[in-house]
Design a protein around this ligand. Structure first.
Ligand SMILES: [Zn+2]
Length: 376
């Protein structure tokens, strides 16, 4: 639906602040542009405002600098909203929208999760150490939205039980207290998420969606903003095998945002229940791995065992995109039927035998890959 409005101005997926500014500049006649403040390294953080409706929506993306698909999807949505489409005009009759694309421009510049003083903005909702956190907090106070959309990307290795693909989109209705109670506001966010999930499944085939567990994190922005009575939804863009730059995910992401806005506008979410939300599969960290070698002959003295070996990139620093990591480690050894992989090789008929002293969990996997003549 939204692919027609994909913004074509990004040179590659590691988008920079200057490119966001260029988009904002091109939209000066379509949106009210508000400078909210500056990042630590003096990059301007802008909000784009549009719509005359009574329901107020605040969306912010990329508080983690290495999560650019959230910003690309948000900008595609804005590109649609500023179009002449009747569907866009209908939304803007009912909604007032403020969007903050790229809340962490300093992190984005270096493609890092944290900001210029290495603070994770999503753990800074209480203390507000960083100017970027203060900007978001002030935006929630000044604009006082009915809904808050907290937009992120996640690692490629997330999956669901029995899923044939990694998680493509995941969602969370954050808890507002440690008991994880469900009040009316939180219930509505669950209904909205359930609706997005059903729309995604209807519009796209073979979709894998998930929901995060809701352990309360008071210093995370989603939880904090939800606790202020703003109906808050976390979106996380995931991965499709082979879609390294995540441009297919970008399409699912922008459509998820559009479904959410439409559902809120026409109150379609009322059709769905908390149970529908609970039925979305749980998002499981490291459910996927890059490679599983099945039935590898493993020697220990004169004994021989058949084990599966899972191998993945060595993620050490919250890398959401692992394109620059070339080191592989042994993720796990044993029965790997609980995991799935981007690539699976059955070694039953291979003559290669591994000595048990040569493999250890979390050790470098280069030698092993060389022995099997596998290039990842
Ligand atoms: Zn994030």
């Amino acid at each position: 639906m939204l692919s027609k409005y994909k913004y074509e101005g990004f040179s590659n997926f590691k988008i920079k602040h200057s490119e966001v500014l260029k988009f904002i500049d091109s939209q000066k006649n379509k949106f009210e542009i508000i400078e909210l403040g500056k990042s630590i390294e003096n990059r301007e953080i802008f909000a784009l405002k549009t719509g005359k409706g009574l329901i107020k929506i605040l969306l912010w993306s990329q508080m983690h600098g290495n999560e650019p698909v959230s910003t690309m999807a948000l900008i595609d949505l804005l590109n649609f909203l500023s179009s002449d489409e009747n569907k866009a005009k209908e939304l803007l009759q009912k909604l007032e929208i403020i969007a903050i694309p790229m809340l962490n421009p300093d992190g984005a510049e270096n493609f890092e999760r944290r900001n210029a003083i290495s603070v994770d903005l999503n753990r800074d909702a209480k203390k507000l150490i960083s100017p970027e956190s203060k900007i978001l907090n002030r935006a929630t106070e000044d604009f006082s939205p009915d809904f808050g959309f907290n937009l992120h990307d996640q690692e490629a290795y997330y999956g669901i039980e029995g899923g044939s693909s990694p998680t493509m989109m995941s969602f969370l209705s954050p808890a507002f207290n440690k008991e994880c109670n469900i009040d009316n506001n939180r219930k509505i966010t669950m209904q909205v998420i359930a609706g997005i999930n059903i729309m995604l499944r209807k519009e796209f085939s073979n979709i894998v969606t998930a929901r995060y567990s809701d352990a309360f994190m008071p210093n995370a922005f989603g939880d904090f903003i939800q606790s202020k009575g703003i109906k808050t939804i976390l979106f996380e863009g995931g991965y499709i095998i082979g879609d390294i730059n995540r441009q297919q995910i970008r399409v699912l992401y922008s459509n998820s945002l559009l479904f959410a806005l439409q559902s809120i506008t026409n109150k379609q979410y009322e059709k769905y229940t908390v149970e529908d939300y609970d039925n979305i599969p749980q998002n499981i960290k490291l459910k996927f791995t890059d490679l599983i070698l099945k039935n590898v002959s493993l020697l220990k003295g004169d004994k021989k065992f058949y084990v599966d070996i899972a191998i993945r990139k060595k993620i050490t620093n919250s890398e959401v995109f692992s394109d620059t990591i070339n080191e592989y480690i042994i993720d796990d050894i044993g029965d790997m039927s609980y995991k799935n992989a981007f690539k699976i090789i059955d070694c039953k008929n291979k003559s290669v035998k591994i000595n048990s002293k040569d493999i250890k969990r979390l050790a470098n996997a280069d030698e092993l890959l060389k022995l099997f003549k596998i290039k990842l």
